[in-house]
Design a protein around this ligand. Structure first.
Ligand code: FAD
Ligand code: NAI
Length: 476
């Protein structure tokens, strides 16, 4: 007799563990199955985000930023540092400790919410007699569970370059990129997307000579181009070499490192020799091992599970959320979908507003945005007004010693409704929340311009950019 659950969640990344907790809050009897192992073989819930994504990358970004500040910027504040050193082992150990705290936090939350956790690989066994689904759990203890509803939240994995499999020694995915044991002298990255810029920044700050090869001719094509240009200027000044419009050819491990043959934007043959190569060219949904074919779970041409607006798959009572379905591969998007699905199962009206999902790139300066870019508004023929305000004119940014970048507002030309907010600069990751709230409430630029913002704060740049929409900044 298999164990019975109202809801079985496959995967304990941000999509899965949050769906499990919300379903338990709503009174369901919930199981969550995840196969991730820590270095001792024990469970490590939290998925890509906790183990090899958001959390460890931000830990290393912080450590490397601290080092960069001490090495290059403390002197501006009159602080003298002698004998500054770098212990990469200690830095990685701190990062691992942060990850472990998060793994343990999720296990605690499962206990608190009475979610039954199973450590192992889950696959569809068969449709249950009288409805629901039989799920096989492989691992230390083989067992079969029965769930009335199944939520698939199996996430994604790094995409490899054809002919250059990850060995995690010299050719690295995000996993290997987060545990390089010492600063490589020459680091190459393929793909100047989010991972390329964040991981490139970490190792550049620690002293590596970093070159990023990007296939597209445009830098950060999804980002508002005024913001992307400002960011590129800052990265180049820091020493990050970014080559656009390249065509990567043969990638060959050599005695000491990796040799990458490519053609540059002018079609000239080039070779890049590096000690380590990080390949960050996007991610693929995790569906192998689910036995999707046997039960007829529909996948699209990318291998993602096909879902409707409510995250329903083609199978009755089977739902899917997060990186394994369409939409941006972001932890907070996965979480919102997890909550919405649990609420749908409870007969409520869960909803994810794709127009107000914020994006953040945690480089220095940070890049954050919500809503439409100027390029998208132009392409859509929407009449808009734009307002920008530079951090150079913000008192708090000057006091921080970090005046790169700007806040940019885009508002409807007739109604003044905010259509997009784009930030490059200090703490953009935190500043963007105000814009998300404003857009959720369908605020106008004038609304933000009339709200009292604390002085001195970086958020005053947000208010001033909103004022700039009506050409009436006060401090610039
Ligand atoms: P995942 O987090 O991938 O979790 C899926 C889980 O399912 C995994 O634990 C996996 O082991 C398990 N699983 C898979 N198949 C099975 C199976 N058959 N049986 C049992 N278990 C299974 N996003 C942000 O929003 N902000 C960031 O700062 C950010 N930084 C990132 C940095 C890096 C380097 C990377 C790689 C990603 C980053 N992301 C970030 C993206 C974010 O990690 C993902 O969008 C998020 O983890 C997706 O959540 P998920 O629950 O869909 O899947
Ligand atoms: P990405 O989609 O952000 O960037 C991939 C880049 O590689 C693109 O610019 C693309 O044009 C380029 N590319 C693709 N194939 C190429 C090739 N053959 N040669 C040269 N360039 C090529 O993907 P990335 O950086 O791997 O990250 C995956 C996802 O993880 C992101 O899309 C994002 O959703 C998530 N993530 C989010 C973070 C955040 O929110 N701060 C941080 C890191 C990852």
């Amino acid at each position: 007799m298999s164990k019975q659950f109202d809801v079985i969640v496959i995967g304990a990344g941000p999509g899965g563990y949050i769906a499990a907790i919300r379903a338990a809050q709503l009174g369901f009897n919930v199981a969550c199955i995840d196969e991730w192992k820590n270095t001792s073989g024990g469970p490590a819930p939290g998925g890509t985000c906790t183990n090899v994504g958001c959390i460890p990358s931000k830990a290393l970004l912080q450590s490397s930023e601290n080092y960069d500040q001490a090495a290059h910027h403390f002197a501006d504040h009159g602080i003298q540092v002698q004998g500054l050193g770098l212990d990469v082992g200690r830095m990685l150990a701190r990062k691992d400790a942060v990850v472990k705290q998060n793994n343990e936090g999720i296990l605690y939350l499962f206990k608190k919410n009475k979610v039954a956790f199973f450590h192992g690989r889950a696959s569809f066994a068969r449709a249950g007699e009288g409805g629901g689904w039989e799920i096989q759990v492989g691992g230390a203890a083989e067992e079969t569970l029965h769930g009335t509803h199944i939520i698939v939240a199996t996430g994604s994995s790094a995409r490899a370059l054809p002919g250059a499999a990850f060995d995690e020694e010299r050719i690295l995915s995000n996993d290997g990129a987060l545990r390089i044991g010492g600063v490589p002298r020459r680091l190459g990255l393929i793909g100047s997307g989010v991972i390329g810029l964040e991981m490139g920044s970490v190792w550049r700050r620690l002293g590596a000579d970093v070159t990023v090869l990007e296939g597209l001719p445009t830098f950060l094509g999804a980002v508002d181009q005024q913001i992307a240009k400002e960011a590129r200027k800052a990265f180049t000044k820091q020493g990050l070499k970014i080559e656009l419009g390249v065509k990567v050819g043969e990638v060959q491990p050599t005695g000491e490192g990796v040799r990458i043959a490519y053609t540059d934007a002018k079609d000239a043959a080039q070779v890049l020799e590096v000690d380590r190569l990080i390949v960050s060219i996007g991610r693929v949904p995790n569906t192998t091992g689910l036995n999707a074919g046997a039960v007829g779970l529909a996948l699209d041409e990318r291998g993602a599970i096909v879902v409707d607006d409510e995250c329903k798959t083609n199978l009755p009572n089977v739902w899917a959320v997060g990186d394994v379905v369409r939409g941006p591969m972001l932890a907070h998007k996965a979480e919102e979908e997890g909550v919405a699905v649990a609420e749908h199962i409870a007969g409520q009206h869960g909803h994810v507003n794709f127009n107000t999902i914020p994006w953040v790139i945690y480089t220095s300066p940070e890049i954050a945005w919500v809503g439409q870019t100027e390029e998208q508004l132009k392409a859509g023929g929407r009449a808009y007004k734009a307002g920008t305000f530079p951090f150079l004119a913000n008192g708090r940014a000057r006091a921080l010693g970090d005046t790169t970048g700007m806040v940019k507002f885009l508002a409807d030309a007739a109604t003044d409704e905010i259509l997009g907010v784009h930030i490059v600069g200090p703490m953009a990751s935190e500043l963007i929340s105000e814009a998300v709230v404003a857009m959720e409430f369908k605020a106008s630029a004038e609304d933000i311009a009339r709200i009292c913002h604390a002085h001195p704060s970086l958020s005053e740049a947000t208010k001033e950019a909103a004022l700039a929409v009506d050409k009436r900044t006060l401090n610039f």
